[in-house]
Design a protein around this ligand. Structure first.
Ligand SMILES: Nc1ncnc2c1ncn2[C@@H]1O[C@H](COP(=O)(O)OP(=O)(O)OP(=O)(O)O)[C@@H](O)[C@H]1O
Length: 446
């Protein structure tokens, strides 16, 4: 399970080996390795190649004060930690770290994790490892960030399953976009009878329901500002009052929040409280987009196909369909891929392979001259526009920004010559020359 790599001359390397053997972590090079270095490192040490991206390495340097530049360099190369040899006590530290990694890796293989969050890419596994470590060790709030459809809600279930709470305790999901400000957060706090028109009986809210378990606040950036202050109190003091009530109630839950917005920007715009941000974001885990883990695409697609067809193993998928998937953008990430798989499964007939004919018309790639580019370009543009709109950029500003950018790009591609750039853009030479001099285009010119 653990290999110790050391030069024969390092006398104390056998202490490390013995400690690992005593702890039942035998010396087979496998998932983890310990690299023992006789000296205090130099400024640019090299981590030995492991042959496996997944293998984790601890370096033990033979001096109480390893060269700091060397330490950072090793971490940069993928070492999980660098320890200074301070005598036999260091062996315990190595053993403890490896035991913890084993616990985390065992948890990663549990059906509640591996069976739910499909994918073996490095990007996903590294996010999951972080998530599992936070779930198992500690109870602080976790903030999940990532684009829409990357599995944030799924990840909240992983946290719940692994946190002390377990399956016998409640997991309460609140979509903050559905909170009605006029009800003063009754969804969260509950209310007393008569608290507002229509409240004909008292009711518990999410804070009470999640007591002893996990509260997942989806789209937390959408929480109305007055409720953000209230939430802060609940997190800090564990007490809340029902809407229309006078009694303080106690609650304790693990808080997991999620957002696909940039909370730094939301704070700057005054739409999200900084004090609340610091409370909910003590640990942040970012779920990677599908673009960042293309190696998971096929596995996920097959998984969703099997689920949609109700078969334990999915049918083979033809090369043309796989190529189509790889060439396509998925701004909606895994959710969009799953929906596509469901549409394809719905058209599939018989038990043979999935063929291009199973792909609905609207999902087929366009093959005419230059047809693929505009679709991709428009998808990227749409993402950029979404960002601009959420940053408060209006249509007028957007039009001139896009116009200016187009002129800059056309000019660069025409080697700075206004004439050809203008012809390509379909505008007058003068408009391009003005832009060259730094003027912004009027929206109608753009
Ligand atoms: N790694 C994964 N393995 C299997 N299914 C996944 C994975 N990631 C996401 N999904 C599926 O994709 C869909 C969207 O996931 P989820 O709702 O968790 O995303 P989200 O990030 O919370 O999205 P949003 O920000 O829009 O709320 C769900 O059907 C979920 O089961």
């Amino acid at each position: 399970m653990v290999a110790v790599l050391a030069d024969e001359s390092v006398a104390w390397a056998h202490d490390v080996r013995r400690a690992l053997a005593d702890a039942g972590l035998s010396a087979e090079p496998d998932e983890y390795q310990v690299v023992v270095v006789e000296h205090a490192l130099d400024a640019s040490p090299r981590l030995p190649a492991t042959g496996s991206e997944e293998r984790r390495t601890i370096v033990v340097a033979g001096a109480e004060d390893p060269e700091p530049a060397g330490v950072w360099r090793l971490l940069e190369q993928g070492a999980a930690d660098v320890l200074a040899w301070e005598g036999p006590g260091t062996c315990d530290e190595v053993v403890q770290r490896i035991r913890r990694w084993r616990t985390i890796d065992d948890a990663l293989r549990r059906p509640t994790v591996a069976g739910e969050m499909i994918g073996t890419s490095r990007a996903l596994r590294s996010a999951l490892r972080e998530l599992v470590a936070l779930s198992l060790y500690g109870s602080a709030p976790i903030l999940l960030v990532g684009e829409t459809g990357t599995g944030k809600e799924l990840a909240s279930r992983v946290v719940h399953a692994l946190s002390g709470a377990g399956s016998s305790r409640p997991l309460v999901v609140v979509d903050c976009t559905t909170i009605v400000p006029t009800l003063s957060g009754s969804e969260l706090f509950g209310h007393e009878r008569g608290a507002y028109t229509g409240a004909d009986r008292s009711r518990n809210g999410a804070f009470a329901a999640a007591d002893g378990g996990t509260l997942f606040l989806d789209e937390v950036a959408e929480l109305p500002l007055p409720l953000q202050a209230e939430l802060l109190r609940v997190i800090q003091e564990g007490v809340y009052k029902r809407v229309g009530g006078d009694i303080w109630n106690r609650t304790r839950f693990r808080l997991v929040s999620a957002t696909n917005r940039d909370l730094d920007k939301e704070q700057r715009k005054g739409r999200f409280r900084t004090d609340l941000y610091h409370r909910i974001a003590s640990s942040v885990v970012r779920l990677p987009s599908l673009r960042e883990r293309p190696e998971d695409l096929e596995t996920l697609f097959r998984h969703f196909l099997a689920a949609a067809l109700g078969t334990p193993s999915p049918p083979p998928v033809s090369a043309a369909v796989l190529t189509m998937l790889r060439g396509r953008e998925f701004p909606g990430n895994v959710r969009e891929l799953r929906q596509l798989a469901v549409r394809i499964a719905g058209r599939h007939v018989g038990g043979g392979p999935i063929t291009p004919g199973d792909v609905p018309d609207a999902d087929r790639p366009r093959t005419g001259p230059g047809a693929a580019q505009p679709t991709r370009a428009v998808a990227s543009l749409e993402l950029a526009i979404r960002d601009c709109l959420s940053a408060g950029t209006g249509l007028r500003e957007l039009r001139s920004l896009v116009g200016d950018l187009a002129v800059d790009v056309a000019l660069a591609e025409a080697g700075g010559n206004a004439g050809p750039a203008a012809r390509r853009l379909g505008v007058s030479d003068r408009a391009v020359q003005m832009r060259k001099r730094g003027a912004r285009l009027a929206p109608e010119q753009a």
